[in-house]
Design a protein around this ligand. Structure first.
Ligand code: OGA
Ligand code: MN
Length: 301
């Protein structure tokens, strides 16, 4: 039977023990994991060693999976067999290390900026599942920030100021921050900028949360520098060490997180020489954030 062991210092992190996710999931265990995820936002499962199929099967219990944007680069051959798997590795389609000048490798460096998955899509990511196949002996950790706790700690005036603000998110903005701008018109047209509310109510816990990412370039309706400054300020506030958990990977780990109320980023490692093979599946959210917030407001009236 699954048991949840809370992290000693971070109330948004728990380790789930007593389940082997390679087997079909029992109903009771699914309910326990779902409840734990609504409470914690980041769940660690050690020693799982999932195959791609087992990872996909487990993820699908939480809803329909999104298609990886790996398919956006038309010139890129995929290493992993399914469009549901995002390839979070430094390996090419032959399973060899990518060269340091490789375009896809450069694009992946943007994962080292704080973000939440797929906030650049109209319907963003809800839950992500990241499975570690090969990990470097040092570096390459993943950090998570608790955006419900960060929201709770904001000054009341800030809460009032940001309540109804909407930010514009674009994958091409976060990529430009790491100096990568080389996309065709067709690729840009496939992922146009989208609006996302910067405050949300997290459905599973009823708690308020910030919703931020390096994909967010400005606040809609505000002068760009002013919006950028506010977003930077909130991001700096929300990623203070007191809100952050660092996960040190072991091969076989599965880490699951709720993108609606967390930020995450990868940490650097010697990626020119060391292999890191991680694979992500992501369940998509049920609606765009604006539609969700309008619905909540309407039902409160
Ligand atoms: C991801 C991601 C960071 C990392 O899988 O979505 O951002 O540590 N990963 O690889
Ligand atoms: Mn990510």
């Amino acid at each position: 039977m699954a048991i949840l062991v809370m992290h000693p210092d971070q109330e948004f992190v728990g380790e789930v023990r007593g389940v082997d996710l390679r087997n079909p999931l029992e109903k009771d265990n699914f309910s326990k994991i779902h409840e734990a995820l609504d409470r914690c936002a980041v769940l660690v499962f050690r020693d799982q060693n999932l195959t791609d199929e087992q990872q996909i099967a487990f993820s699908q219990h939480f809803g329909p999976l999104e298609t990886s944007i790996g398919t956006i680069r038309k010139d890129r051959k995929l290493r992993l067999p399914s469009a549901a798997l995002a390839d979070i590795s430094n390996l090419d389609e032959n399973n060899n290390l990518r060269s340091t000048s490789d375009r896809w490798r450069m694009m992946m460096l943007a994962n080292q900026l704080w973000h939440t998955d797929s906030s650049f899509k109209r319907v963003p990511g809800k839950i992500s599942f990241l499975s570690a196949h090969e990990v470097p002996p040092s570096g390459g950790e993943t950090e998570f920030a608790d955006l419900r706790a960060a929201y709770d700690s904001l000054e009341q005036v800030t809460k009032e100021q940001i309540e109804d603000l909407v930010a514009e998110h674009s994958i091409f903005f976060s990529r430009s921050l790491v100096g990568y701008t080389d996309f065709s018109d067709e690729e840009r047209a496939a992922l146009p900028p989208v609006p996302q509310t910067i405050v949300r109510t997290h459905p599973g816990s009823g708690r308020r949360t910030l919703y931020l990412a390096s994909h967010a370039s400005h606040i809609i309706g505000w002068p760009k520098p002013q919006g950028r400054a506010l977003l930077d300020e909130l991001m700096t506030f929300a990623t203070q060490p007191r809100f952050v958990y660092q996960h040190r990977w072991r091969a076989g780990d599965l880490v699951v997180w709720d993108n609606r109320c967390t930020l995450h980023r990868g940490r650097p490692y010697d990626d020119a020489n060391l292999r890191r093979d991680m694979r992500r599946t992501t369940v998509e959210d049920s609606a765009p954030t604006l539609a969700h917030s309008r619905l909540l407001k309407a039902t409160r009236l």
